[in-house]
Design a protein around this ligand. Structure first.
Ligand code: GDP
Ligand code: GDP
Length: 499
């Protein structure tokens, strides 16, 4: 790595094995004490940081730089904590601001931290205005740090979320740099940005005439048209590889390392009805599948990593095993299915090897499996009704189209955004349609809005001291799913009181 241009001094360098110069740069900004250094340390883990001294105006301040690793993403991360945006009579000191502006000019992205326990501080708004002025090209990702102790049920997280949106930089992400909570959400927010930037870089390197540059999807506004990240998970021998081969048969396959990802990360990409689908973590998965053939265990930790990267998780089960046992799903499978939903991913369940249950002798078993699996999924994941279940024979290539249709349908629902006006018309209807045993218990919801997609997340503003009970939330969730065709995916409703 080279020394910084501002005459700083390099203390430590350890950018091993990575071509740092090609990595996109993300700067961490925020007022003092929001946890920038804590997040920086989490992102670079034990790797060493590069520290510049920027002697200016007789004060020596540090900017830390390191290579961040977040799942399969690599990026350069700059911590401006050493250059505190100290406030002087309400405005950021010019001197430090100039220094940060310099660093900002070398960054393509910013993570803007606020302290979730404090809520939106006037100084945060100041930082936001400052960012707009000095880096109009950067739309920061707003991160509400220290949210590990904030309770969603009590509405405190919702309150901060609503406040943080007022910064005007879109949906904030709740994290805890200390415990690691929310890193999956941060990953999901960063990944498309970083990938876009890597793509643009490689496009710039192409000659103008070379029109064969792929990927125009980054220009799309409709999120559901963006490439879909699919994870195929399941215990060894259930037929994941066979299913994948069946899916790929008629499609173009591209296998190769990608810029911005780890070198060993290989991705399978295929087209399905004009849509790009990426298979998450193919390399690791294929390797594992090979290694794990012996002991029939499903690595829960590995799958957790998959889930973090996936938009939709396809959980494959073995029909013959189900036919032979009382319960459809093994413990590990239940854990994975629950994790997928808890992490807000779309879930599609695939019951494979149905061909083994064909024939007269097996017809009762066939029926049993067809009925038992959806029922059991409903029992183990009661919060999401209508999770799609597809019955396949990967060996015979049967059911693969249905798998892809369900995967894409789930993805599209997962990306839905409903306009506020429509939601409020709906709310009035639903509230008048439903009768409460005790009229006094009828929740007084003033306003209902979707704060985020992927998965769809809503906020209900309730008046005064009233609170929505769990039953109310379940009722609203159910109605929302029925009326807007959002069945089968996790949908979140939060509440906030409004005077
Ligand atoms: P910076 O000034 O923005 O770099 O903030 P620091 O990273 O130095 O953190 C300020 C304080 O907040 C320290 O005492 C941290 O231990 C604490 N802190 C940072 N992240 C978290 C978090 O996620 N949860 C909690 N509870 N405390 C945190
Ligand atoms: P993975 O470990 O989950 O990737 O499973 P594989 O795709 O390697 O399949 C394990 C075994 O199950 C292989 O012998 C496959 O031929 C067989 N298999 C996979 N799908 C089916 C199916 O739909 N029907 C039948 N009868 N066998 C299958």
């Amino acid at each position: 790595a080279s020394s910084p241009k501002n005459g700083g001094r390099v203390r430590t360098v350890d950018f091993t094995k990575v071509d740092v110069n090609r990595l996109p740069t993300v700067i961490l900004v925020g007022r003092p004490n929001v946890g920038k250094s804590a997040l920086f340390n989490r992102l670079i883990r034990r790797r060493e940081a590069l520290v510049y001294n920027t002697p200016e105006d007789h004060v020596t301040r540090d900017i830390k730089e390191g290579v961040a690793k977040l799942s399969d993403l690599r990026f350069r991360v700059l911590d401006s904590a050493g250059l505190e945006m100290a406030a002087s009579s309400g405005s950021i000191l010019d001197r430090t601001a100039t220094m940060i502006a310099k660093v900002l000019s070398r960054s393509q992205f910013a993570i803007f931290l606020i302290d979730a326990r404090v809520g939106l501080h006037p100084m945060d708004a100041e930082v936001g205005r400052w960012l707009r002025r000095h880096a109009p090209g950067i739309k920061p990702i707003v991160v509400m740090n220290k949210s590990e102790s904030l309770d969603d049920a009590s509405g405190s997280l919702t309150t901060v979320t609503v406040e943080a949106r007022r910064l005007g930089f879109g949906d904030p992400i709740a994290i805890s740099a200390e415990t690691g909570l929310g890193m999956a959400d941060l990953y999901q927010a960063l990944r498309p940005l970083l990938e876009d930037s890597m793509r643009r870089m490689s496009k710039d390197e192409c000659s103008e005439e070379n029109s064969s540059c792929e990927e125009t999807s980054c220009c799309e506004n409709d999120e559901s048209k963006l490439p879909l990240q699919l994870a195929i998970v399941g215990r060894p021998n259930v037929g994941k590889s066979t299913l994948l081969n069946a899916l790929l048969e008629e499609d173009r396959v591209v296998v190769g390392p990608e810029a911005g990802l780890t070198r060993d990360s290989v991705r399978v990409q295929f087209q399905f009805q004009g849509r790009t689908v990426y298979l998450v973590d193919t390399a690791g998965w294929l390797q594992r599948t090979r290694q794990e053939k012996g002991p029939a265990s499903l690595s829960i930790m590995q799958s957790r990593k998959h889930l973090m990267r996936a938009h939709v998780v396809a959980l494959v089960l073995d029909a013959q095993e189900i036919a032979q046992e009382k319960r459809s799903m093994k413990h590990a499978e239940v854990v994975i299915a629950r994790q997928a939903v808890d992490e807000g991913r779309g879930l599609v369940v695939i019951v494979n090897k149905m061909d083994l249950l064909r024939g007269k002798r097996n017809s009762a078993l066939y029926e049993k499996v067809m009925q038992a699996v959806p029922e059991e999924i409903q029992t183990v994941i009661p919060q999401v009704t209508g999770i799609p279940v597809v019955f396949t024979s990967a060996l015979e290539g049967r059911g693969k189209m249905a798998v892809m249709h369900q995967v894409i349908d789930t993805y599209e629902k997962w990306c839905s955004r409903l306009p506020t006006a429509r939601l409020n018309r709906w709310l009035r209807k639903v509230m008048s349609r439903h009768s409460w045993k005790d009229q006094a218990a009828k929740p007084k919801i003033k306003y209902f809005t979707q704060v985020k997609a992927r998965p769809p997340t809503f906020v209900a503003f309730v008046s005064g001291k009233t609170r929505l009970s769990d039953t109310d939330i379940r009722f609203l969730t159910r109605s929302l799913k029925e009326d807007f065709n959002l069945g089968g995916i996790p949908v979140r409703i939060m509440q906030r009181s409004m005077s």
